[in-house]
Structure formats: structure tokens, C-alpha cells
Ligand binder design. Structure first.
Ligand SMILES: [Zn+2]
Length: 480
């Protein structure tokens, strides 16, 4: 076995120019590629680049004489299980639980300042729960504040602790379909007030909104809602509080096919991918048919579409947590019941391109692991769920530029080129796996994944968190 006596010796392939390392000694390590728990691994991390430099086995000989208590470059997690940091692919950092304040009152009665201060608190809770990356799919009336939030918690000199933050700015919807509701005549000048999303109609406005949002710094484009008959927010006549939203149509189509095509092709042409809020799936929404990259929610999935979804490269974000949270009755035929059965049917049909996104915000930030717990409770193998929550998260939220051979070549280069890692910035580093060249986004649990998965991923058992090579939680306590 190689001498791991920690990194006074440079790893093979690196420049010996005094690069500083941290060595994490893990009792077990979850490898998200093979989905195996590997015993006794040491992860070497370059403090300069914030990337994983090397992963090797360790034995009793290798740790003899190491001064874990006093050497700050050693991390003793020999009694814990080390994993890549978790990824929540669907959050709303500017929302807090509806059980505290309704969505409509958050938008209309909380100032942008209050909502932003709340978002900074949410960001820290998220990171301390072991979620080192999130994708925020819409500020819900908090304007473009997500772009500035990303700035404040990114880079080596971040102002506040928070996860890597991919953001989508304002969700895009056509006029008349999204709240808040009003008792006022909202078409009257000056009454329209705050809106939960950006309203656009016609191809020209679709193109313009996407260009503006990406110009303002959006990592993603979020389109909402494409067809649904289950969620009252997206029905016709939805903006007035005292008007029936009943409609004879079962599934309402919002954007026309040319509008949707304009949104998607404009975004993709600018190297940005598209997430769609959609409850009832349609074949034209799959990327192979000119559709979108990630499908959010999709709790009413027609059984005859399952084979096409299983064969598609689309990534599904089931957001089980929000259904579980909002549908407190959880009665047969209700939202949660349908979402749960739909998820199980999809698993049975071989749908495996899944990412873990809870629609976190309507339930507390920091409780993001609820999504993983629910998936396992519904019968998904825990190893698959952990893959979906780590490497699957990277596959879901990374930019178009990383796709295919170009992306693989860049990952290989990052392992060799520390300078490059600094230049490409927070969001443009591969994560979700503990391998050479990946971001050192690392967490550890003192729970036992095999015997009690729910406890092991719970925030209370996440004792260690590192983001980009910087330790932010140790022995269960925040360091930042
Ligand atoms: Zn959402």
C-alpha cells in the first residue's frame, strides 16, 4: 500500500509547488458511480483548487502515528460514512413554509428585504444539512434577487455560507395563470402589483423574456405550467379571489407549441437548459421531441407514456416532498396518493433518470432530505436514491456546455490544472462524486445507511460538511 502519511508528497500528476492538502480518513465512502460503500478510504483535497486530488484505501499501518487531534490537515471520519455533498435540484430559497405564512401573503406582504434576509438564513440551513448544491427554480415575486444571492455566497471570499447555487430568476408563464390572487380589478393600471412569475405571450415576448433573464444572469430557464388540471394555481380565471376557477377542460394547455418552441430554442441557443413545471406529462415535452431538459413534479403521469419517459434522456424531479407536505390529509385519490403511486409505477417501468428536488421552501429549508426519505419509503433502493441525490444532481443541473465528450474532457483537465479550477467558478465545477477532479463537496453521517437510511441522511446526523475544499461543519457544529 502506498504511504498515505498525509500529503507531504505530491500526488502523481500534480505540480510540486507547495500545494496544500487536507486528508479525510473515512470509515466508509459512498461511491456514486458504482453505488457501493467502500471501506477505509482516504480522500485528499487540494485546498488551493477546492478539488478532490485523490482517493485511496487506507490500512492500520497508514494511520499509525498520525496526529488527528492536533494536525489541522487531517480529518478523522473513521467512525463515519463519507459521501459526496447532496444536491437539491428544486428549491425556492425566497419562500418559507406555507404553514407559517401563505404563498400569497409572502409575495404581497413581505418586503424584498425581508424575503432576502430569510433567503440568507435558508442558505445556511441548507448547507448545514449537507446540501452543497441547489437549483432555485424561481424567486416567486422576489424579482432578480437570486442572482445577487448567488454572488454573495459564491467564490473563495463569499459573504455568507450557502450551497452552490444555480438559479432560474423568474419562472415564465403566460398571462392570467398565476397568482397572487386579488380582490382588486387587477387589469386596472397600477393594480397588477407583484406577480409570482414573469408573464409573457406570443413568440416575441417568449424570446425576449428568455434573453433578458439570461442576460441578467440566470443559469436556468423555468417554464411553468405546461398542462395541468390538478393544481388550482394554473387554472383559467385564477387571478381573482372571488371567481370560480372551474373549467370544463380536464387538462389546460398554457403556452402554444410555437411559444414553447421559442422559449426552448432561445434558451438552448444561449447554452442554457430549460426546466418545466408540468403535472400531466406529454410526449412533446421530452427533449427528443424538442422539449425540455428536466420535468418538475409530473405527479399525474399517464401509464402509456412510461416507456417513452424511461427511454428518454429527460431528467425527472418528482418533488414528492411538496406533495407530502401540502396534502396533509393524504387521502386515497388525493395529491400525495397519486404522486406516490405514480412514482412507484415509474420505478417499475424502469424510469431511472431521476434527481432529488423537493420543491423546498413550502416546507423548511434544511429538511431537504425529506425527498430521499420518501423515495426510499416508497420502495426505491437507497443506493439509487443516493446516486440521484449526488451524481444525478450534477447531471440534472449542470450547463449544456458540460454535456458529452467536451464535458468529460474538461473534467479530466480540471484534475491536472488547478488554475483552471479557480477560473471556471463555483457553478462550473463537476460535483456529485468523490473522484479526482471533482469538487471537494463532501459530507459525512454518523448514521448507518444500510440499516436506517432515513436517520442516516437526516440533518442531525450529518456531522461534517465541506464545500469546495472548505470545512463549514465539523463534529456536528457549524464553523461559519
Ligand atoms: Zn417549485
Amino acid at each position: 500500500m502506498t504511504n498515505l502519511a498525509h500529503r507531504s508528497t505530491p500526488i502523481a500528476g500534480s505540480k510540486d509547488d507547495g500545494e496544500r492538502f487536507i486528508s479525510i480518513y473515512a470509515g466508509k465512502l459512498f461511491d456514486s458511480h458504482s453505488q457501493q460503500l467502500l471501506p477505509c478510504r482516504v480522500v485528499s483535497i487540494s485546498r488551493d483548487s477546492g478539488l478532490v486530488a485523490d482517493v485511496q484505501e487506507w490500512g492500520p499501518e497508514d494511520v499509525r502515528g498520525l496526529d488527528f487531534a492536533n494536525d489541522a490537515s487531517l480529518v478523522d471520519l473513521r467512525e463515519a460514512t463519507v459521501l459526496p455533498g447532496f444536491v437539491d435540484t428544486h428549491v425556492h430559497m425566497f419562500l418559507h413554509p406555507y404553514a407559517e405564512v401563505s404563498w400569497e401573503n409572502q409575495l404581497t406582504q413581505e418586503s424584498l428585504v425581508e424575503r432576502t434576509v430569510r433567503a440568507t438564513v435558508h442558505a445556511k440551513r441548507t448547507l448545514m444539512a449537507g446540501y452543497t448544491t441547489v437549483r432555485d427554480l424561481g424567486t416567486e415575486g422576489a424579482e432578480d434577487a437570486d442572482v445577487q444571492l448567488r454572488k454573495c455566497m459564491s467564490g473563495p471570499n463569499a459573504l455568507i455560507p450557502g450551497p452552490r447555487y444555480f438559479c432560474a430568476n423568474r419562472a415564465i408563464i403566460c398571462s392570467g395563470y398565476y397568482g397572487p390572487k386579488s380582490q382588486l380589478h387587477y387589469h386596472q393600471d397600477g393594480v397588477d402589483c407583484v406577480t409570482g412569475a414573469e408573464f409573457v405571450d406570443g413568440e416575441v415576448e417568449c424570446v425576449k423574456a428568455v434573453r433578458k433573464q439570461i442576460g441578467a444572469g440566470a443559469d436556468w430557464v423555468k417554464v411553468t405550467s405546461l398542462s395541468t388540471h390538478t393544481l388550482p394555481d394554473y387554472r383559467p380565471r385564477t387571478r381573482m379571489a372571488d371567481v370560480s376557477t372551474a373549467t370544463p377542460a380536464k387538462a389546460v394547455r398554457t403556452f402554444s407549441p410555437p411559444e414553447l418552441a421559442a422559449l426552448i430554442t432561445t434558451a438552448r441557443g444561449l447554452g442554457v437548459r430549460v426546466a418545466a413545471h408540468v403535472q400531466t406529462w406529454r410526449l412533446d415535452l421530452l427533449p427528443e421531441n424538442g422539449g425540455v431538459d428536466t420535468l418538475e413534479h409530473g405527479a399525474d403521469l399517464p401509464a402509456d407514456l412510461l416507456p417513452a419517459v424511461a427511454a428518454s434522456r429527460v431528467i425527472w424531479v418528482p418533488t414528492l416532498s411538496v406533495f407530502y407536505t401540502i396534502d396533509t390529509a393524504r387521502a386515497p385519490g388525493g395529491l400525495w396518493d397519486r404522486a406516490a403511486k405514480n412514482f412507484q409505477a415509474a420505478l417499475k417501468a424502469g424510469v431511472t433518470r431521476i434527481a432529488c428536488g423537493g420543491d423546498t421552501g413550502p416546507f423548511p429549508h434544511g429538511e431537504n432530505a425529506l425527498e430521499m426519505k420518501l423515495m426510499v419509503r416508497l420502495g426505491a433502493p437507497w443506493r439509487s436514491v443516493l446516486r440521484w441525490a449526488t451524481l444525478g444532481g450534477w447531471e440534472a443541473v449542470r450547463s449544456v456546455e458540460w454535456e458529452g465528450a467536451l464535458g468529460e474532457a474538461r473534467i479530466a483537465r480540471l484534475g491536472e490544472m488547478r488554475e483552471d479550477a479557480r477560473v471556471v467558478g463555483d457553478n462550473e465545477v463537476p460535483f456529485g462524486a468523490l473522484r479526482r477532479g471533482f469538487a471537494a463537496d463532501i459530507v459525512a453521517t454518523v448514521g448507518d445507511l444500510e440499516t436506517n437510511f432515513a436517520r442516516a441522511v437526516d440533518k442531525d446526523n450529518i456531522v461534517f460538511v465541506m464545500k469546495g475544499g472548505k470545512i463549514v461543519k465539523m463534529n456536528g457544529s457549524p464553523l461559519v
